[in-house]
Design a protein around this ligand. Structure first.
Ligand code: ADP
Ligand code: MG
Length: 343
């Protein structure tokens, strides 16, 4: 008797969902990435009960054509890459074609969208259970709204792992803060249980950018930071680094973006730590908002499903460039400003 069988699509998606959808904040992250990839200039995030009851993301991006709506929910369905060459120089945030399939397998999901070429909007709905998509006409301006209700309603074991509403919401807020810092040219708003938490208009000038940083990271950070912008060997590092006098007891104000992608990377962390080594006590942590830009072909983003990690083609070069850029910027600060005991 044969013992091996192919998993149903639903079960396969639910297993994959374990990697992509850890908690409501992961849903927000994936859906906001989709909105950014769709070219939205305005993204509204609404959540209820820490996202466990509802996550709704509305964007004014390019929308999804009626013919593609159900396909968007299928696993490995993406409009972003075609072949391996595309993957090697991917510039979109998404490319795995997994998020919507995974999220819809563990929630009640609806996707409403309209493309600029069409007068009408369409909605597709799925309910975890059978993955049968229902398509119906709807009203919606150009762009997309995705509603995710009752996350993990059909996977009770995972639902049990959800933390208190406040904790889940904090994760959402922190994630969206990172995304709002990653794209000054896009407006973001966040509401929890109908209450507005923040609303950021697109920030074009440096003044507007610093205003956004002040509201997301605190005025004291921006008042104590210097702006840097350095370019060499096809690499550019720019952003704001806090003077050593504004060091932190925790590594809680450290934002690093690679090609506008939010990342956590040991090589980057090491380079930054080295640059601050002479000016900070060991137990103090620097604060920074930094953007590294390089040719997408020189960085591999397909390391992990959540895409938090990257691999640089020439890690040594990147490490030294970050170290030198920061070291120089910190050395230019008047010596009296950065005596470690001076805070
Ligand atoms: P990926 O982002 O890796 O392509 P997703 O499952 O997140 O995979 O999305 C599948 C596809 O659905 C995308 O490639 C895109 O074509 C479409 N899509 C999803 N969200 C949006 C959106 N907000 N606006 C326009 N298209 C979208
Ligand atoms: Mg995606």
């Amino acid at each position: 008797m044969s013992r091996i069988h192919v998993l149903t699509p639903r079960l396969a998606n639910q297993i994959a969902a374990g990697e992509v959808v850890e908690r409501p904040a992961s849903v927000v992250k994936e859906l906001v990435e989709n909105a950014l990839d769709a070219g939205a200039s305005r993204i509204e995030v609404d959540v209820e009960q820490g996202g466990a009851k509802l996550v709704r993301i509305r964007d004014n991006g390019g929308g999804i054509d009626e013919a593609d709506l159900s396909l968007a929910l299928s696993r490995h369905a993406t409009s972003k890459i075609q072949d391996l060459d595309d993957l090697e120089s991917v510039s979109s945030l998404g490319f795995r074609g997994e998020a919507l399939a995974s999220i819809s397998s563990v929630s009640r999901l609806s996707l409403t969208s309209r493309v600029p070429e069409s007068e009408a909007a369409w909605r597709v709905e799925v309910e975890g259970r059978d993955m049968d998509a229902r398509l119906s006409p709807a009203a919606h301006p150009v762009g997309t709204t995705v509603e995710v209700r009752d996350l993990f309603f059909n996977t009770p074991a995972r639902r049990k792992f959800l933390r208190a509403e406040k904790t889940e919401f904090n994760h959402i807020e922190e994630g969206l803060r990172r995304q709002a810092l990653s794209r000054f040219d896009v407006g973001f708003s966040l509401r929890h249980n109908q209450k507005p938490l923040f609303s950021q208009r697109p920030a074009d000038s440096q003044v507007d950018q610093e205003r956004r940083i002040a509201s997301l990271c605190g005025t004291r950070f921006i008042e104590n930071a210097v702006m840097i912008d350095n370019e060499a060997s096809g690499l550019r590092l720019w952003g704001w680094v806090a003077l050593p006098t504004f060091s932190r007891s925790q590594a809680d104000l450290q934002y690093f973006f690679v090609n506008r992608r939010v990342i956590r990377d040991r090589l980057v962390a090491h380079a930054v730590r080295q640059a601050y080594r002479d000016v900070l006590y060991n137990n103090r942590h620097p604060a920074f908002v930094l953007y590294l830009e390089l040719d997408p072909a020189n960085v591999d983003v397909n390391v992990h499903p959540t895409k938090h990690e990257v691999r640089f083609r020439d890690g040594r070069l990147v490490h030294d460039f970050i170290f030198r850029s920061l070291h120089r910027a910190l050395a230019q600060v008047r010596p009296a400003d950065h005596l470690p005991g001076n805070h």
